[in-house]
Design a protein around this ligand. Structure first.
Ligand SMILES: [Zn+2]
Length: 391
């Protein structure tokens, strides 16, 4: 963020200078044009083919000198502007690190004959997941990639797209077909509320109240306060209504409500269908962007032979906290005791108490036929632990 602010300051300087120069140049040019016009008018007053008087000739030569001087001054100012603009470029170079090669020493492996098709497939899958089917189709046919088109994500994206455009109908139909599964989700109420407010805008408050009477009672217990707010908001949907108070502004803004509903829809639908909210590519990019600053900070240490020897090829030397935005899922298990990623040789083991550690850690902690869980004091037999498989 500091980098952005730094560049912005230099950019602001350049823009201010540019605007000032632009104004100044316009004024100078206008001035010169006016002078030339006046002189032309004066000269055109006398008859054709008569020589200029001495004073006129003097005025012409003086004006020519002024024009030359102005042009020279403008081009000098313009040259100075170039220096300011190139300073912005240098500022970007200074504030942002372009060389990430040290952080990702194996980046070129993405381009190998084995990995390139996998990357292309991931890109095609991402495009399909984003609902960009036509773009995905073009990539698949032109690059000769094999990627499953899959209608699930396209359908979800269509619903989310309609929600973002303030139309809850497709999402309502989707949710209605899964009413039972969504019994504990806030999604159905959110969609019905959106539909009621849409009806109020398009067909009047009476239509909205009729819809609310039919749909809201089922959600009254769980969403009492939100429901009250939605019904109150209807009061500001009449044509003669004054501007709404701030607490209802959000409900009466179809765009904001739609964007919020679209986000909730994707999250709830993915959870219901047991799908990751991000495509593998988006997840990888998100995680990569998060870890990049930290990797950059330790890049000198990363290239140290001891570090290279200590870390496996497919492992990062630090943990990546993806947070809520990152999807909150892990495709790999890292042993909390040995702080190593699980592998086929050292798989995660679920203890009787429910805690999970790697098999190497389990073997180290086991005292004969007894094992004390390192997280809870439960005593158990190491043979009671079960291996966990990730699909
Ligand atoms: Zn335990």
């Amino acid at each position: 963020m500091d980098s952005c602010i730094g560049v912005e300051q230099d950019l602001d300087k350049a823009t201010t200078k540019f605007t000032a120069l632009n104004d100044h140049a316009s004024k100078v040019l206008e001035d010169v044009i006016n002078q030339v016009e006046e002189l032309r008018k004066e000269i055109s007053k006398q008859a054709l083919n008569t020589p200029l008087s001495q004073s006129q000739a003097k005025a012409v030569s003086e004006l020519t000198a002024t024009v030359k001087q102005s042009v020279f001054q403008l081009s000098t100012d313009h040259r100075e502007l170039h220096a300011t603009v190139s300073r912005v470029g240098k500022s970007i170079d200074r504030h942002f690190i372009a060389d990430y090669a040290a952080v990702a020493p194996k980046a070129e492996s993405f381009c190998s004959d084995t990995n390139r098709p996998i990357m292309e497939q991931a890109i095609a899958q991402h495009l399909y997941r984003q609902g960009l089917e036509e773009v995905g189709d073009s990539l698949v046919s032109e690059a000769g990639v094999s990627a499953e088109r899959g209608s699930t994500f396209a359908q979800l994206q269509r619903c989310a797209g309609a929600l973002a455009a303030a139309d809850p109908a497709p999402a309502l139909a989707w949710a209605a077909a899964r009413e039972h599964d969504l019994a504990h989700s806030p999604l159905p109420f959110t969609l019905h509320r959106m539909q009621a407010l849409k009806l109020a805008r398009e067909q009047g408050v009476c239509a909205a109240i009729a819809y609310a009477r039919a749909q809201f009672p089922a959600h009254a217990a769980r969403h009492e306060r939100q429901l009250q707010a939605a019904v109150c908001a209807l009061a500001w949907c009449t044509p003669a209504a004054p501007p709404p108070p701030p607490q209802y502004a959000h409900l009466l803004d179809p765009k904001a409500l739609g964007a919020e509903a679209a986000e909730l829809f994707v999250r709830e639908a993915c959870a219901l269908l047991r799908l990751a909210p991000h495509s593998p590519l988006a997840g990888a990019v998100l995680a990569g962007a998060r870890v990049l600053p930290a990797l950059h900070d330790i890049r000198a240490k990363m290239s140290h032979p001891h570090v290279l020897a200590a870390w496996a090829d497919d492992e990062l030397p630090l943990e990546v906290e993806l947070g809520e935005e990152g999807g909150g899922y892990h495709s790999v298990f890292a042993c909390p005791i040995l702080r190593q990623q699980a592998s086929d040789h050292n798989p995660p083991m679920r203890l009787l108490c429910g805690h999970v550690i790697s098999r190497d850690a389990l073997n180290k902690l086991a005292m004969g036929v007894k094992l004390k869980c390192p997280y809870c004091p439960m005593e158990q037999s190491p043979s009671e632990a079960r291996q966990i498989y990730f699909s």
